[in-house]
Design a binder for this molecule. Structure first.
Ligand code: TXA
Ligand code: MG
Length: 320
């Protein structure tokens, strides 16, 4: 029997019993457990093979619930929360004393967001606790944007994937921390930098590990297909360079179909970055399952969600 199900009540029962359930959000699927259950939280790290130094995001249903998660909310954080929640933005704030150290990897801050997905919001309102949920993929793999991706990754290791369809945004939330009350971007994501700056003015981006040792998830190699992946602005050159290989190509809108390649996925014929972002991970999943020698990915335009996509693609293509 498939572990994929639309039954919210079943998810409630499992989570109340300290089990894990994969949940849909507008960004990517999360692997969720009760933040106050040590058993559930340890299972999240084990199932993902995630190192304990990498903290988790807490998911809540309302801004009112924030008071039990964080100790203080800077003015600009309040403004961002009111503008973008429910939505693809995670805030890193001083933690409430009741938040377990396992969630925050011992840090004095906690990451929190209200996801914009009806199914998961319904689920959260039926629980008496918030959900910790990292992306539902094994450590360093591509994040899941469809229930099938999660089932494929974990098979019988989890009891249920709550089916909420394909993720609308398809790329992880934008993470924002605060230094002296000023917002700092720790991870570019589904909420574009320009949209954030329209609300709080110019913000600093520290999304590289060396710029911000406080964001432990910002590894250089991450979100990676198992197939060798390269990121390039000159796709045709690279197709010629690897002419004797089985090549898969991933582009924004151009086609290289008749250039001797094995397969191709075009993300958005109309150059729509929102559409492209929503399809990006699914395309990488598909290409990764095609037994190719190499995946050649076209660099996205360096604006809006293109910036966030390039961040993920650089990590996917990173060679040690
Ligand atoms: O869109 C998303 O954010 C998805 C969905 C499921 O909500 N979740 C997600 O979680 O991407 P995860 O665990 O894959 O990424 C969380 C990131 C990690 O890079 C982690 O290091 C960072 O958030 N993080 C968590 N708590 C933090 C903290 N207190 N300070 C700095 N970074 C933190
Ligand atoms: Mg992740």
């Amino acid at each position: 029997m498939s572990i994929i199900s639309k039954d919210i009540q079943k998810a409630v029962v499992l989570l109340n019993n300290e089990e894990l359930v994969a949940i849909p959000t507008e960004t990517v699927y999360g692997l969720a457990g009760n933040i106050f259950s040590e058993k559930a939280i340890k299972r999240i790290f084990e199932t993902k093979k995630r190192p304990f130094f990498n903290p988790l995001i807490v998911h809540i249903a309302t801004i009112a619930a924030l008071q039990d998660i964080v100790a203080e909310v800077p003015e600009k954080a309040k403004l961002l929360a009111e503008t973008f929640w429910p939505g693809a933005m995670t805030l890193v704030l001083k933690k409430h004393k009741n938040i377990p150290d396992l969630i925050t990897a011992g840090k004095d801050t906690v990451a929190v967001r209200i996801p914009n997905h009806t199914t998961t919001l319904q689920l959260l309102t039926q629980l008496r606790f918030p959900l910790a949920a990292p992306s539902a993929n094994p450590f360093n793999n591509i994040s899941p944007t469809k229930p099938e991706h999660v089932a494929h990754y974990f098979k019988d290791d989890i009891k249920m994937v709550l089916d909420g369809g394909a993720c609308k945004n398809g790329i992880e939330s934008t993470i924002i921390g605060f230094e002296n009350g000023e917002p700092i971007i720790y991870r570019l994501g589904a909420l574009a930098l320009e949209d954030i700056e329209a609300v709080v003015g110019k913000v600093t981006v520290k999304n590289k590990k060396e710029q911000n040792p406080d964001a432990p998830g910002m590894l250089q190699k991450h979100y990676s297909p198992l197939t060798k992946t390269i990121l390039t602005s000159t796709v045709l050159n690279d197709i010629q360079l690897y002419a004797n290989k089985k090549i898969g190509v991933l582009t924004l809108s151009s086609s290289y179909k008749n250039k001797g390649i094995k397969s191709e996925i075009v993300l958005s014929k109309n150059n729509d970055l929102q559409e492209a972002a929503s399809k990006l991970y699914d395309a990488l999943h598909q290409l990764d399952h095609q037994k190719l020698d190499i995946i050649i990915v076209e660099k996205m335009p360096d604006v809006g969600l293109g910036k966030s996509m390039n961040d993920r693609l650089e990590r996917a293509a990173f060679q040690e």
